[in-house]
Design a protein around this ligand. Structure first.
Ligand code: PRT
Ligand code: MG
Length: 212
């Protein structure tokens, strides 16, 4: 239906900050998202539904139009590459930094540096721009463990307070990029559902602006 919109939301920390924002935009889920096992939720708006998926899957759902709109971290978006997506508002949600990290003061090999990360594409690009070819080790979580057990020389991970690195005897080394969550829109929906999409994006924009 031309005016039915689906919003893809990531479970976890982004969701906790997105729900109040959506509520301010007048969109409230019909059930309690945190206690329900459902994946699709009706909302207070008859034409808007929510799907709840893993953070790294949000760009893919929106790219293929399975969701018209989504909320995802810039880290996940940049790693995905952004095909088929229009990146709209910076929601300012879940801010952090993408950094390289490792043991402070430890000499690193000039060649064959081993880097463990959840973000292979961004990591390769970052080191290539520095003229370094690295050996990438793809992990799905707990990157901090890799240097400790000798799996990698350094990691590329997100840093907020720095507590996780410190607790594991590691330090942030190089800043790669600032991260926050963004509203993304399927490029085809922007055309086929232009009015409805525009209205929804504007409501969310206003909710962000009224945030302070
Ligand atoms: O659980 P799943 O694998 O599905 O996804 P996920 O673990 O990526 O989801 P979740 O809920 O953790 O949310 C991830 C998104 O939140 C990321 O894509 C970022 O855009 C955003 N975000 C913001 C963060 C952090 N801050 C953050 N600090 N995601 C993860 N962290 C982790 C970091 O990886 C490290 O382990 O927190 C630890 C560091 O925090 P500090 O405060 O100790 O420095
Ligand atoms: Mg997690």
């Amino acid at each position: 239906m031309a005016n039915q919109l689906t919003i893809a939301l990531a479970k976890g920390r982004i969701l906790d900050e997105t729900l109040p924002l959506l509520a301010r935009a007048g969109i409230e889920p019909a059930d309690d998202l945190s206690s329900s096992r459902k994946l699709v939720f009706a909302t207070s708006e008859p034409d808007i539904k929510l799907v709840l998926i893993r953070s790294a899957d949000v760009p893919t759902y929106v790219q293929y139009g399975a969701a018209d709109i989504g909320v995802a971290g810039k880290d996940v978006l940049a790693e995905h590459g952004g095909d088929g997506l229009y990146e709209s508002v910076d929601l300012g949600i879940a801010p952090c930094r993408m950094m390289t990290a490792g043991f402070e003061g430890k000499a690193l090999p000039r060649f064959g540096l081993r880097v463990a990360t959840k973000y292979p594409r961004l990591t390769r690009k970052f080191f290539l721009e520095q003229g370094r070819q690295v050996e990438l080790i793809k992990l799905y979580g707990s990157m901090e463990l890799a240097p400790i057990v000798g799996l990698a020389d350094v990691i590329v991970d997100l840093v907020d307070t720095g507590n996780t690195l410190r607790a594991n005897g590691l330090a942030p080394l190089q800043h790669i990029m600032d991260i926050s969550s963004r509203l993304i829109v399927n490029r085809a929906s922007l055309k086929t559902k232009n009015e409805a999409v525009k209205r929804l994006v504007e409501r969310i924009e206003q909710a962000v602006e009224g945030d302070d």
